[in-house]
Design a protein around this ligand. Sequence first.
Ligand SMILES: [Zn+2]
Length: 76
Amino acid sequence: MLCPRCAHTAVERVFTSPVPGVWEVLHCGRCLYMWRTSEPARRTRREAYPAEFRLTPEDIAATTEVPSVPPLRVRG
Ligand SMILES: [Zn+2]
């Protein structure tokens, strides 16, 4: 199993479908990408992942900031 985004091999299974064998949620320990195995190939397979969004170890090392998650909107 390869990370679709950075081709790392240390991929961890973090969730499985309530009905066994339908899907898994996987997580890359290097670039932190997370995906569900039932998503399209362009999100789940290295060879189909868009080239412009692929990362290399050099790209990750040069990353200066991980964007923060903005606060939730309050309806009102
Ligand atoms: Zn990765």
